[in-house]
Ligand binder design. Structure first.
Ligand SMILES: [Zn+2]
Length: 494
């Protein structure tokens, strides 16, 4: 009988599945197949099965089946539902082209779409002298059309209110001209690809236990407690499974309760961007700077459409502005992206943040940003996944500029987001070069908006201690004084 020593590829996150509760599964496998199995503590070393050839092979097959069974369930596609009590100026769904609309701006955009023109032409040939198929219109053209009787009547008959739409078109045109003005102001600033100058960086682990007694981010935590939760520690090493496609792991129970806290933006699950920066500065003796914030704040200044929807609270301590970021949306941690991270890095106990000292124009920043993983040589990696094979976005590239990731680990997923199909490395330097124009424009916008924020603080020295900052529909900063939120950690006196 030929005996062999077989290497079985088992990603770190699935090793618990092979071992089972108290080693039960491991014992069962060894008894059933009459083999000996070694699961090394070090995740970088493979699982080994020793015994007769056929038994080893059968056991390895069983292990692969178990891994498959513990993978994620396919993601159900969510139908986009129109809002219940939608506006009366437009139907929730266009009876002509079936597009859904949730706001006046969306209703206007829909009228501009070529899809709608085509449906209108199908419904009413009389409009053909005003419309051409497959053309996207601008707001003025829609304004003109809404004044044409046949077009107007057709829309009225389908639940649109042309008068209201015309009024909103006027408002939209004003907004567009403000947007254009800001755009031109941005372009007047120098086109500097190196607008963000990194001066130093450390990587810190945030201990988010115990989970009991979690509090909303709006309440300031204790500085000493925050400092105790920080220690210098790099994120885990990302290892692409040797066998692809690999099933993505399901969320486990213990991890889930943690993720819910993190997703709901509660302390200590979420340390609170600028507050974390202050704790790190205090603990590790980082010199004072002008602004302490998270990457989101830089992204919002740069005009990132997701981040400008969030709320920021700013409070000054001596000469430093501390920024607390409160995301608008509940962040679902049980998404495919997190499953990919767990497949590549194993079950993470804590999360790690890059804390970067950088300079934009004359302003010094200390910016914290969550980092995913490192490669075998200890360089920071940004893990991005997508089911369409294009995981890198310009927002992601801006992120690497701030957090110092040396490369993207790009992951391609199947349609149902249950499997990792392929993974490849794209060096950040090269991607930043590809996105050079976007990054330059981000810089121009960020510098323009930063000047507005600093101007606000120089004009309002003592009127309110905490400012609530949001961005309007032109992505311009709007300040309101806030009395309910305390940004600075408690005990930050000297
Ligand atoms: Zn339509």
């Amino acid at each position: 009988m030929v005996r062999i020593d077989l290497e079985v590829p088992v990603p770190a996150v699935y090793r618990g599945v092979v071992i089972g509760k108290g080693g039960e599964t491991l014992k069962r496998l060894q008894d059933e197949f009459r083999v000996s199995i070694t699961v090394p503590k070090d995740d970088s070393r493979p699982v080994r099965v020793k015994g007769p050839v056929s038994k080893c092979q059968a056991c390895a097959d069983e292990i692969q089946k178990m891994i498959q069974k513990h993978g994620r369930a396919p993601k159900k596609a969510k139908a986009k539902k129109p809002t219940q009590n939608s506006h009366t100026a437009y139907p929730p769904e266009c009876p002509l082209c079936k597009s859904t609309m949730n706001s006046m701006r969306e209703a206007l955009l829909h009228l501009q779409s070529s899809k709608h023109q085509t449906a209108v032409l199908d419904a009413c040939s009389e409009v053909s002298c005003w419309l051409s198929e497959g053309k996207t219109l601008d707001v003025q053209e829609v304004q003109g059309l809404l004044k044409v009787p046949v077009y107007r009547d057709l829309h009225e008959a389908h639940g649109f209110k042309p008068e209201d739409l015309l009024a909103s078109a006027v408002v939209e045109l004003q907004r567009l001209s403000r947007v254009q003005e800001i755009h031109e102001d941005s372009l007047r600033l120098s086109a500097d690809p190196a607008w963000l100058k990194v001066e130093g960086r450390m990587v810190v682990e945030w201990n988010d236990t115990p989970l009991t007694g979690a509090v909303a981010l709006e309440c300031a935590p204790d500085l000493v407690d925050m400092m105790e939760r920080c220690r210098l520690q790099a994120p885990p090493v990302a290892r692409v499974p040797t066998v692809l496609p690999a099933p993505l792991p399901r969320g486990n129970h213990k991890q889930k309760s943690k993720d819910v806290l993190r997703g709901a933006h509660k302390y200590p699950g979420e340390p609170g961007s600028g507050r974390l920066g202050i704790a790190i500065m205090r603990k590790f003796g980082v010199p004072e700077c002008d602004i302490v914030c998270g990457t989101s704040f830089i992204k919002a200044l740069a005009g990132d459409s997701g981040r400008v929807k969030d709320t920021y609270y700013l409070q000054k301590f001596k000469n430093t502005i501390c920024v607390l970021h409160i995301p608008k949306r509940y962040h679902n941690q049980d998404d495919a992206g997190h499953a990919v991270e767990r497949l590549l890095c194993g079950e993470a106990a804590f999360c790690q943040f890059a804390a970067t000292t950088l300079r934009v124009d004359g302003t010094s920043f200390f910016v914290t940003s969550e980092v995913d993983a490192v490669d075998e040589s200890g360089e920071l990696l940004e893990i991005k996944s997508s089911k369409h094979g294009k995981p890198i976005s310009k927002e992601g590239v801006l992120q690497t500029l701030v957090n110092g990731s040396k490369a993207f680990l790009c992951c391609s997923l199947d349609e149902g987001q249950t499997k990792l199909l392929d993974a490849w490395v794209a060096p950040a330097k090269q991607v930043q070069q590809d996105y050079r124009q976007s990054l330059i424009y981000y810089g121009q916008r960020a510098r323009l908006m930063l000047a507005k924020v600093l101007q606000h603080f120089s004009e309002n020295q003592s009127t309110a201690s905490v400012w609530k900052l949001t961005f309007d529909d032109c992505k311009l900063p709007v300040f309101d004084s806030s009395e309910t939120v305390h940004v600075l950690p408690l005990g930050l006196d000297s």
